[in-house]
Design a protein around this ligand. Structure first.
Ligand code: ATP
Length: 377
């Protein structure tokens, strides 16, 4: 998987050196609610034109981070900067950001066009200009034929488009999106993801989006910040986060994975041997900081495991197993196999048509050391 390129117009429309600072920056932010610390020293930078996702489990502090950027919360310590300017004392309506909420927050007594026009009317722009910009914004989200409808006459996806148009019309520096697709069913959510990606490319603004959906974050973002209990666990491109998770938490949270806990028993050149309490010996790629006797979590992605009838010699890890489950998932086959030596159950994902084995057939599972990550707990 490759990260989508930065929206080209975002960077090319700005003369070099004009904004040589991040669009959004959080510096050593902490936030306490009623004495409880929910954000613990967060530093992050969002670059102009990026699609940046804040991803993490429920309650980890994602929405609080977004609200700090928007100005709906003030940090207990640290600084929020937008285009290099400290925003701590600036109220939400004076920040160059617009927020799109999961609940759309549309005015039910106003039509689609009136909802979108609202921000410009508050700014007292001339009527003709408002009309032109509303038409442009609605065309941008493909809602021009719905201008005179009321929100109650729209589907969830259409309401979300109106909410996006309303945010875009103010031409903010940054669009903040708080689980914008969270209320939609799966099919509509997928459609709107494509729309969001298109919109981001077209308008070239900086998008910061909160989501707990790892697939959504992987497919849309230029970079992702994975948050755990109020701290950033890792920031990187979707590919970095998926292929090189820095911690067991990230490996487990992003994508499907087989995890083992074990102790480092040997280090030889680039290779590390790890032994699990069940007696499974795993050969992993070495990484700085690993020492003998250390407890580590080993991560092997299901798609890296190969199934063969005979043992392989070109893969450092090869174990006898037995297939206990096979599921056809359209383009892929997902199976579960138990290792004969230890009883460990591993998930395997193979593209179709792969080598197919009947249930309970004895076989070999093999994978490379370079696809076996030893992560420090
Ligand atoms: P979710 O995915 O469930 O929306 P989240 O990652 O967005 O979760 P936050 O909404 O940022 O999490 O909340 C982080 C923590 O801060 C939670 O424990 C929450 O209960 C607490 N919290 C958030 N807002 C307040 C508030 N206004 N007063 C007290 N506690 C709060």
């Amino acid at each position: 998987m490759t990260a989508p390129a930065l929206a080209p117009n975002a960077l090319s429309s700005v003369p070099p050196g004009v904004f040589d600072c991040p669009d959004v920056e959080l510096r050593r932010i902490t936030k306490q609610f009623e004495g409880e610390t929910v954000i613990r020293g967060v530093d992050l930078q969002v670059q102009p034109g990026e699609f940046f996702c804040i991803l993490g489990p429920s309650g980890c502090g994602k929405t609080t981070l977004l609200r700090l950027m928007a100005g709906f919360e003030t940090p207990s310590t640290g600084e929020v900067l937008i285009r290099g300017e400290v925003m701590n004392e600036i109220p939400p309506y004076r920040r160059p950001v617009n927020t799109v909420f999961q609940s759309y927050a549309l005015f039910n007594h106003l039509t689609v066009a009136q909802n979108v026009a609202f921000g410009l009317q508050v700014k007292r722009l001339p009527k003709a200009e408002i009309g032109d910009r509303v038409a442009q914004a609605l065309a941008g989200v493909k809602m021009e034929t719905f201008a005179s409808r009321y929100p109650r006459q729209l589907s969830g996806g259409q309401r979300q488009r109106v909410a996006l148009a309303r945010a875009l019309i103010n031409q903010p520096t940054v669009i903040l999106l708080d689980e914008p697709l969270g209320a939609l069913d799966l099919k509509l959510r997928k459609e709107m993801q494509v729309e969001l990606a298109r919109l981001h490319q077209e308008v070239g603004l900086t998008f910061v989006m909160v989501t707990h959906d790892q697939e959504e974050a992987l497919s849309l973002s230029d970079r992702i910040a994975v948050v755990r209990a109020g701290q950033i666990e890792q920031i990187g491109s979707p590919q970095e986060i998926y292929d090189q998770p820095r911690t067991a938490f990230v490996a487990d949270f992003i994508g499907d994975t087989n995890l083992f806990t074990g102790t480092v028993e040997g280090i030889a050149g680039d290779l590390v041997t790890i032994l699990t309490p069940q007696g499974l010996s795993l050969i992993a790629q070495g990484r700085p900081g690993l020492t003998l006797g250390q407890t580590v979590t080993v991560c092997v992605r299901p798609e890296q495991i190969q199934l063969t009838a005979e043992p392989t010699t070109d893969r450092e890890n090869c174990h006898r197993g037995q297939l206990s489950q096979v599921m056809y998932l359209g383009t892929h086959v997902q199976s579960v196999a138990a290792l004969v030596e230890t009883g460990d159950r591993l998930r395997i994902l193979q593209p179709k048509p792969g080598t197919s084995f009947p249930l309970n057939s004895p076989l070999y599972l093999s994978w490379r050391a370079t696809d076996t990550l030893a992560l420090i707990n």
